[in-house]
Design a protein around this ligand. Sequence first.
Ligand code: NCD
Ligand code: ZN
Length: 345
Amino acid sequence: MQQMTLTRPDDWHLHVRTGDMLKTVINHTARQFARAIIMPNLQPPVTTVAQALNYQQEIRQATDNAYDFTPLMTLYLTNHTSIKEIKQAAASPFVHAFKLYPAGATTNSNQGVTNLEAMSPVFSAMQEHDIPLLIHGEVTDADIDIFDRERIFIEQKLYPLQQNFPGLRIVLEHVTTEEAVQFVQEMPDTIAATITPQHLMYNRNAILVGGIKPHYYCLPILKRERHRRSLIQAAISGNPKFFLGTDSAPHLSHLKENDCGCAGCYSAYAAIELYAEVFDNENALDKLEGFASFYGADFYKLPRNTAQITLEKTAWQVPAYYPVSTTNQLTPLKAGETLHWQLKG
Ligand code: NCD
Ligand code: ZN
């Protein structure tokens, strides 16, 4: 196939930051996607409906008017999130979910939740008001190996949470393991998962073989090849529990190429093209539209998009970097490499 047309997709997990970085990245997303679930892990985090509305306004102002793009806002769950805020969020047409970061799990998670068990009243209210909970599913205990953190979170935290709140819609974000895929498959329809391009394209060798490659460092960290294969099978399976969420997470190049480099891959510049490449390699382009354009909207109880995009099979070269300001730049995933699908128009 040399060309394919599909319903305009949505990105169900996206970091766009603020200021110069927001201006650099947002139109990459708006060009391809109709909607994106915007992560609230700013510094300070977006914890209230009022803050989310301000942030949405900032995003809209940074977005080129030529694009029909809607940022779907989320709130950052803290130990202090009130039931009142849950009710307000659920009633707001702009806020679509709460995001749970276990404290210390990832970038800007220091104000995250320290004790899941203590959050029962909050989860109960979310279940009652039918607002989804998005989870960064990794335990944070210092003595647990970084490659095991997702699997152990599922066993120790997520499974009990699902049992206690069977009506709560949960997205296990950016799944990275075979165990996560199995868990999601076995659970009722209230549990779904997003899958990123980097976890479909790379295993952990990408970070470590031939030198330390900081641009492949994201959280949850890339895993072994057998896990990558399992994620690919889930993505191309046509199972509506698995849908597109890039977790595109821009950081300035010098903060990644650093003694203590930040976690996050920047994929939004070519997100749908990267997924198309993965699906094409598996001869599964016929499954891309469901994954990218239908299942996420259905899970969030939002209408499916009606506009379309067209992708062409043409080789093009990814820039080495995107300028963010006169002195700073952003290195994309696959910088300088060749991609094989390109969005038309
Ligand atoms: C994200 C970020 O930079 O905000 N980083 C990442 O590695 N994925 C945070 C997150 O989603 O974990
Ligand atoms: Zn993320």
